[in-house]
Design a protein. Sequence first.
Length: 47
Amino acid sequence: MAKIYFKKSSVTKTMRPKKEVISFLLNYSKALSMIKVADNSFEIISN
């Protein structure tokens, strides 16, 4: 059982996201707006 937890992971330490992923996340965050009404908050994605 101990051998399972002490295996070296095959994931490299220097993982880099693709440019497409970064672009998608930035565009999504620009389109997202939060509206707070009384005690509720609404997320709206404007396309």
